[in-house]
Design a protein around this ligand. Sequence first.
Ligand code: PMV
Length: 320
Amino acid sequence: MTAVRAFTASAPGKIILFGEHAVVYGFPAIAVPLTAVQVTVSAEAAPSGSGIILHAADLGRTLSLTDLQPDDPLYDALAYPLQLALQTLRRPSADLYLTIRSTIPIASGLGSGAALAAALIRAVCGALDQPIADDALNPLVYEVEKRHHGTPSGIDNTTIVYARPVYFVRGQPPQTFMVARPFTLLVADSGQSSPTRVTVADVRRQYDSEPDRIGALLARIGGIAEAARQAIETGNISALGPLMDENHALLSALTVSSDLLDRLCQAARAAGAQGAKLSGGGRGGNLIALVPEDRAEAVAEALRRAGAVRVLITRVGPQP
Ligand code: PMV
């Protein structure tokens, strides 16, 4: 039996900057880690024979892995990643006490499920003295994502596992890219929740009935993601705002915006944002706005007044 050592692992949230929905059809998308929010899992030895005990510190709940049956709502989020970790390590069980803490809002498109899975698997492997490499972790977190979302493109798990800006084309190895000049984004939660699998299925229905028209919208979104990558890599931040506005209009045309998201975009722009768009599956979830640093607070306040329930300020910067 391997000795257990105390091990703490974490994973950030993520935000899609450009290319959601089109990425499902093979067009590029880009996403960045949202390091302002994190999941952290601390693993330590538990008494022999106790199995894996989970303490969700934020919820004040403690439960045993063996209590979680497949019909439990927490099964996919907690038990499934732990099973994948044990399978990878070829162990039937382990005696571990895991403390989970998260500042990532759940079910709002910030990647809470993928980050939880990544931190859990990292913590278990690390505690059992077989730290897992990102290249091995990424497919495991993708398996968990499939349980949550059906047929995800893989952009969420990739951005979260590598914790770097990612340029993603489905079926190709992810590329990270450099941020030449830092920029400030607001991430505003609309407070509306809408399952990504529903909006993805709606876009699919539209595509199946009007492939030429919808295909052209998706291709243009892919072109925007490509142009945005170039702008970020060359530090041409002023090009990003108009690209965000155009990407939002295209997502609206795909019917995945909402009245509230449109109002939040307008409010952000009126208060001085250089551009704004919904981020993720749409019809709810989050909006992102590009802001000059000295306008961040004012735009955040305007977003709250227009109905955002929470606004995070994040700086997307050159990698260390
Ligand atoms: O709901 P989110 O933020 O995880 O984003 C989903 C992004 C989509 O492109 C709509 C779907 C996908 O799997 O890429």
